[in-house]
Design a protein around this ligand. Structure first.
Ligand SMILES: [Mg+2]
Length: 402
């Protein structure tokens, strides 16, 4: 018979403070819409007028602090206000109880029409900060808490070749290839009535980089009102050997996705728009997509993304996490999450910011020590506690919204 295990001293923390920090960096120069979302040209001044994020800092009674990020594409103070209103639910709780806290927070609004959008983005940032705290408490990288490393390093692709003059784009594509990238993504969807122009654009990039580079295309829902064009473009991409066709149509058009998936051999990718596990369940069950791409800072944090990871694996669908134009905090947390996914496919490593003349400082300057390291086309995943970030508070204060 085994000896009874000695009782261990109970180690507990308590949350003492939840601080949301809204960041906004105005883009000073006039830019064209960098993607083909419907009505892109009219929306540029609103959506693409600046880089945004809302960070969450959670402090504890033992002096440890965790950091998370809420994805923000509009009104960073909206997610901040949500966090301020629900912060009292966290004070005094043990941050290690992160999944119980997630359910508590989700319960605030689940029957009030806010089971997506700003509210879920707010709890995503809180959840990431709690997982970061758990890692710091145990002095282990987040991926160890998630079950361990499934990959030595992460396959990565350069994101994204945007709508610019063709010679500029082909030069940039060669630049990505020469920097070691073995894969890159091209924005398409600008020419709704002349899709041939987009097809020729992709062909020219293929010729510029050669056959050895994996290419994906991303329409950012451009063909939402015209599934037939999505099908036409998808077939052309298929013939060119493009690896995936991302967000051809609107995120809620599940029947449209099923139609495309049934009629195309090229992989259909989607999921950055809003999936929680409930949304992912419906897409997976109907085999509407071939690659799932939720962003941890929007889809419900690590807790919810992990559920999506397990569910997508059960459907044999790979997970290619979206990072897009998020800050370095989301990027760092996503690296940790991605390496813990058995069905991880490839990592979105943003290389082109919305404004050429004004790169995103929230991506490039926010951390004291950057986490990103590309070696031979692969991302390394750092061995640091939690998500492995220390904020540069000078940069935070420079862009903090009052
Ligand atoms: Mg996309």
């Amino acid at each position: 018979m085994n000896e009874p295990a000695p009782s261990l001293p109970r180690r507990r923390m308590k949350i003492t403070k939840v601080e949301p920090i809204s960041l906004f960096v105005p883009i000073e120069d006039e830019i064209d819409a960098p993607v083909a979302v419907p009505h892109a040209a009219d929306l540029t001044d609103v959506i693409f007028s600046g880089y945004r994020a809302t960070l969450v800092r959670i402090e504890t009674d033992i002096g440890l602090c965790g950091v998370g990020e809420c994805m923000v594409r509009l009104a960073p103070t909206a997610t901040r206000a949500v966090i301020e209103d629900i912060a009292s639910l966290l004070i005094g709780r043990d941050p290690l109880d992160r999944e119980a806290i997630w359910e508590l927070l989700f319960g605030v609004m689940m029957n009030r029409g806010h089971n997506r959008g700003f509210f879920v983005e707010a709890i995503s940032g809180i959840d990431i900060a709690l997982w970061d705290l758990a890692g710091r408490f145990l002095d282990l990288p987040l991926y160890t808490l998630l079950g361990g490393r499934h990959h030595e390093r992460l396959d990565a692709y350069a994101s994204s070749l945007r709508f610019r003059a063709l010679d500029e784009v082909t030069a940039q594509a060669r630049g990505f290839r020469d920097a070691g990238f073995k894969a890159m993504k091209i924005k398409i969807g600008r020419n709704l009535t002349e899709p041939q122009l987009d097809i020729e654009f992709v062909k020219a990039i293929r010729e510029a980089v050669g056959d050895g580079v994996r290419l994906m295309v991303d329409a950012n829902c451009a063909y939402s009102e015209d599934v037939a064009t999505a099908l036409h473009v998808g077939r052309a991409m298929q013939e060119m050997g493009i690896f995936w066709f991302e967000e051809p149509i609107a995120p809620n058009d599940i029947d449209g996705y099923v139609h495309l998936a049934d009629n195309l051999d090229i992989r259909i990718a989607a999921g950055e728009a809003d999936f929680m596990s409930f949304g992912a369940r419906d897409f997976l069950r109907r085999r509407a997509i071939d690659v799932i791409q939720p962003n941890i800072s929007r889809a419900g944090g690590i807790t919810e993304a992990r559920r999506i990871g397990a569910m997508s694996r059960a459907f044999h669908i790979p997970y290619a996490p979206h990072t897009g134009s998020c800050s370095a905090v989301c990027l760092a947390a996503t690296l940790q999450f991605a390496v813990s996914l058995p069905n991880f496919l490839t990592f979105e490593f943003m290389q082109s910011d919305w404004s050429k003349s004004q790169p995103n400082p929230l991506r490039h300057d926010l951390l004291i020590e950057p986490v990103e390291k590309l070696v031979d086309g692969y991302m390394e995943v750092p061995e640091r506690p939690g998500i492995g970030v220390d904020l540069n508070m000078d940069v935070v204060d420079r862009y903090r919204v009052a």
